[in-house]
Design a binder for this molecule. Structure first.
Ligand code: ATP
Ligand code: MG
Length: 276
């Protein structure tokens, strides 16, 4: 549950899911779309706020879904969705106040069970504010030490943490702010995306490094997704792996799709979202 800058409770009790990572292209919007459709298929209402007002990838994904649904007369389940733009004000103070007010307005306008906020792949004021709302913070990282470095620096073999880095400090600050506001805590979930091979040496090193980092910072690691062309192809139709079997026009389900759907289901279920 969120509290606005005036200390007022914003909604009845929506569950906030934030997709965040300061690195671009790690799969935030792709995962966001899959979480949204999963929730819709569970009969839950979802409000979506896109903070990436320049790329608007998630908005475009949802627009594609709407268009595909209309074109084929499918009545696909859709969330409510909106973009919060960046302020053009020069004064940092005025800009921050304006953007925060726009975000709070967007949140208030959604009367849904879940509110999902997709953050851009860089550090922005709005992204920081969004992190303070997180009941669930989902951070996908690509399978490399470059991505891992945003969370923390580890020794070459991954066995020891040298220091925590910028993004974990940001999450720490936002968790603290959230805890002061409404005494709730954030479930921070890290997942690896675009895995090449589960048996590679790199994979084992990243795994070990995550284990080391987990001991220092309070996050969970949930099963990740392999690199698959299908994720890029589905974007144009606005469809997800969850739509296989439900939407005939998605095409024939191949063996690799069955495995992909298992992966994404395992990931989404491991989020332990409140569905009861
Ligand atoms: N598991 C995957 N296999 C193959 N391609 C993937 C996978 N996950 C994401 N992609 C592709 O990678 C690209 C980046 O993904 P996405 O837009 O979801 O990342 P992002 O973190 O939201 O990026 P940004 O930070 O720029 O908003 C997209 O083209 C997407 O289709
Ligand atoms: Mg994105």
């Amino acid at each position: 549950m969120g509290v606005d800058s005036a200390g007022q409770t914003l909604m009845d009790n929506p569950h906030f899911i934030i997709l965040g990572n300061e690195k671009g292209g790690t799969g935030k919007s792709t995962l966001a779309m899959h979480v949204i459709v999963h929730l819709l298929h569970q009969g839950r209402s979802v409000g979506v706020i896109d903070l990436d007002s320049r790329q608007k990838s998630l908005t475009r994904y949802l627009d594609n879904r709407k268009a595909f649904s209309e074109e084929h007369g499918l009545h696909l389940a859709m969330p409510e969705y909106t973009v919060v733009e960046r302020s053009a004000e020069d004064s940092v103070r005025v800009m921050e106040d304006e953007e925060r007010a726009w975000l709070e307005q967007a949140i208030r306008s959604m009367n849904t069970d879940f509110i999902l906020i997709d953050c851009p792949g860089n550090d922005t004021w709005l992204s920081r504010v969004a992190h303070t709302y997180a009941d669930t913070l989902l951070t996908p990282i690509n399978d490399s030490f470059v991505d891992l470095d945003l969370i923390g620096q580890v020794t070459a073999d991954g066995s020891k943490v040298i220091k925590l880095n910028y993004y974990s400090e940001l999450v720490w600050d936002c968790r603290k702010a959230r805890n002061m506001n409404d005494k709730e805590s954030t479930d921070w979930v890290v997942t690896r995306n675009r895995l090449a091979s589960l048996t590679s040496r790199n994979n084992r090193r990243v795994e070990r490094a995550l284990e080391s980092l987990k001991r220092k910072i309070n996050f969970r690691v949930v099963p990740g997704l392999s690199e698959r062309v299908i994720y890029r192809e589905l974007f144009l139709k606005g469809l997800t792996m969850m739509d296989f079997g439900k939407v005939q026009q998605i095409g024939k389900m191949q063996l690799s799709h069955v495995t992909a759907r298992k992966e994404i289901r395992a990931l989404v279920e491991a989020l332990n979202l409140p569905l009861d």
